[in-house]
Write a protein that binds this ligand. Structure first.
Ligand code: FMN
Ligand code: SF4
Ligand code: SF4
Ligand code: SF4
Ligand code: FES
Length: 634
């Protein structure tokens, strides 16, 4: 479909868009029935070499003349296509072959020739490249048959393995932009806002604030100019749901933003994407250009009097810049620090003008709500948390990555039925949920349904959607210390409770892990956590103590044991000591010569000894001793 006339938008009315979508839908059905290779080019697969695999497929297919032999449905229908992340990045590069749907993991350039010969041309599966389902322990041919995928609810992440991430036409062929056409066919602004309110959509950026109410506030705010902003900062370490969505389906976010702009009366918008996400930035910029080309963005959208311009602003990567007021300051070119609210951005945001700010995933829900209707939308999820949510699951599980579930799914279901349980055979004793300022929940709460209110009732939050599985060999005090280390470093320093409080709380936690804590430290830690929580200016400080508060609530005995001189999980090395077993020592002196702190001494013919006062527990001596004479005990 290359009927583009320079500077002239392709589509000039909502009806033209509807008709165009219908044609593309039918073409997509036909495309999926013919030989084609889909190579994942998301960040994860790219890092493991998928773009080289993609280039190799193009080369081999051309060399064999298949690019001519395989009948094209239209000019853009290439036999090798780029697709976005399906969530299992650790198994990348992932390649899906149509029409069989056979999917391969860990594909290298050396596998390409064979895949073309056997799978693309003959439909045969190559056993060694198939994914092993860790739950059934069987090889699976198609992604859809793997338990990891079967047990998820794909809604926002649609067309797993066959979405063409760089193609606006493919998005339209899946019904994309039909919601925009519907909205511009004569829907009243308040009608749209009421629809979003009725859907029960809650912000996916952390707080879970009702999206419709926010839109209503921005709509009602008076201002000659209004802005729409997308928060794609995603600073939580280990979380990459927003990146995944922007890379695999940028138009879903873009369409949501355009509809939002229409609903609140905005003419200009920004997508704030962290610069560390170069592929997402590239995809979103391309999406903007393609949408403009079709007349879906820019002046007189689809021939109506609605105009909207959108720009990408790359963020420098500070966690605090995800906080909405800091983010807006950053767009304005100021230092990214939060300011007190009210006024909220909906009243006074960018350059003092009414600004709607929503998360990437929140926007991606909007076209679905309008396309499917409120009743259908609410069929997924639970009453107060309708819809689905993408989560990033990490930890020692058989499968980790990005998943999508409907709200109300239990934590246990995710850990066992989607991720396949632990990879090291250990028991999961806790999860940490909601990003670095999230809470740690014990195994007893794993049957809790995941939704905004249930999590709140146990002192946790959905947050951005990070879940870390923690096994019984991990120390919960150390887990709290680890997260405080992050938040104390990311504190912008504007207010004392957060700047000084997180530092002091971290120091106390370090005393615990170093075996130097007292009962007074425990009291101080509790007191300090409450102060930081209540007195900090922004959400970073207000939530930073959550890992401490939750571990004190659910894992208090671990803190006590540290005071009493023991780390129950055996993780904190301060409670252990390196000792030389006299019977095994051959007095070779190698350990003494390599010890960085001069902690080992001895003389010929006698076993060497370690001075525990001097030992810094680096473990170097163990690696040097050829006789296995040094052991870690405690
Ligand atoms: C320290 C901090 C970091 C945040 N980071 C993000 C982020 O990366 N992405 C995001 O959407 N919201 C983030 N938020 C929440 C935003 O302030 C804001 O509530 C959100 O973008 C609103 O969108 P929503 O209503 O669609 O959730 C952060 C908040 C705090 C306090
Ligand atoms: S709470 Fe922390 S991050 Fe937020 S303004 Fe205060 S110092 Fe900055
Ligand atoms: S390296 Fe081993 S054998 Fe040699 S002195 Fe040290 S403990 Fe003894
Ligand atoms: S653990 Fe490190 S500091 Fe301690 S005795 Fe061995 S080498 Fe020296
Ligand atoms: S990037 Fe390929 S599966 Fe995630």
């Amino acid at each position: 479909m290359s009927t583009v006339i320079a500077n002239e938008p392709v589509l000039k009315s909502p009806q033209e868009l509807f008709d165009f979508i219908e044609k593309l839908k039918e073409k997509r059905e036909r495309k999926l029935q013919k030989p084609c290779v889909y190579v994942c080019v998301g960040t994860g697969c790219t890092a493991s070499g998928s773009r080289k695999v993609y280039a190799k497929f193009v080369e081999v297919i051309k060399a064999k003349g298949l690019d001519i032999k395989i009948e094209k449905i239209d000019d853009d229908d290439e036999p090798v296509k780029k697709t976005g992340c399906c969530g299992l990045c650790s198994l990348g590069p992932l390649v899906k072959i149509m029409p069989s749907g056979i999917t391969y993991s860990h594909v290298t350039v050396n596998d390409v020739e064979e895949i073309v010969e056997r799978t693309l041309l003959k439909g045969e599966a190559i056993e060694r490249l198939l994914l092993t389902d860790p739950i059934t322990d069987k090889k699976v041919e198609r992604l859809e048959d793997a338990t990891f995928f079967k047990n998820q609810t794909f809604y926002i992440m649609e067309a797993v393995g066959t979405s063409e991430c760089e193609s606006i036409e493919d998005y339209m062929a899946r019904g994309g932009y039909s919601s925009l056409a519907k909205v511009l066919s004569g829907m009243d602004r308040l009608e749209i806002i009421n629809l979003i309110k009725a859907s029960g959509l809650r912000g996916r950026g952390g707080g879970g604030f009702p999206t419709g109410l926010k839109w209503e506030a921005a709509y009602k705010s008076q201002g000659d100019i209004k802005y729409v902003v997308c928060n794609a900062d995603e600073g939580d370490p280990g979380a990459f749901m927003n990146r995944t969505l922007l890379e695999r389906d940028p138009h879903s976010v873009l369409e949501g933003m355009i509809i939002a702009a229409y609903a609140i009366g905005a003419r200009k918008g920004y997508a704030y994407i962290r610069a560390e996400y170069p592929i997402a930035v590239e995809m979103f910029n391309k999406a903007i250009e393609d949408a403009k080309r079709y007349g879906l963005l820019g002046k007189s959208i689809l021939g109506t009097d609605f105009s909207f311009d959108l720009y990408v602003k790359e963020g420098a990567g500070a966690f605090v810049c995800g906080e909405e007021t800091a983010l807006l300051a950053s767009i304005e070119g100021k230092r990214g620090v939060p300011r007190p609210r009210p006024p909220f951005p909906a009243q006074s945001g960018l350059w003092g003008k009414p600004t709607l700010i929503n998360n990437v995933e929140s926007y991606a829900n909007v076209p679905k709500i309008i396309r499917d209707g409120v009743e259908n939308y609410r069929k997924r999820g639970v009453e107060n948390s309708p819809g689905t949510k993408m989560f990033s699951v990490t930890g020692p599980l058989k499968l980790t990555g990005i998943i999508e579930i409907q709200f109300g799914t239990t934590i246990r279901y995710i850990l066992e039925n989607i991720c396949g349980g632990t990879s090291n055979g250990r028991k999961i004793k806790a999860i940490q949920i909601g990003g670095p300022s999230g809470a740690c929940l014990p195994e007893e709460l794993f049957d809790l349904p995941l939704d905004y209110d249930s999590l709140k009732s146990v002192g946790a939050m959905v947050g951005s959607g990070g879940i870390v599985a923690i096994t019984d060999d991990r120390c919960m005090v150390e887990v709290a210390r680890f997260f405080l280390d992050f938040t104390k470093r990311e504190s912008c320093g504007k207010c004392v409770p957060c700047r000084e409080g997180t530092m002091q709380a971290y120091n106390i936690l370090e005393k615990f892990t170093q075996g130097k804590a007292t009962y007074e430290d425990l009291e101080n830690l509790e007191y300090l956590s409450e102060i930081i929580k209540t007195a900090s200016l922004c959400g970073l400080g207000k939530t930073a103590p959550n890992p401490i508060i939750s571990t004190l609530k659910y894992f208090r005995p671990e803190y006590i044991e540290h005071i009493e001189g023991k780390c129950p999980s055996g993780m904190c090395t301060a409670f252990k000591k390196y000792v030389i077993i006299p019977e095994k020592c051959k007095s070779c002196s190698l350990c003494a010569r390599s010890c960085p702190n001069g902690a080992i001494s001895g003389e010929r013919g006698k076993p060497y000894v370690i001075d525990q006062e001097k030992c810094i527990k680096c473990g170097l001596c163990v690696t040097k001793c050829k006789f296995g004479a040094i052991e870690l005990v405690g």
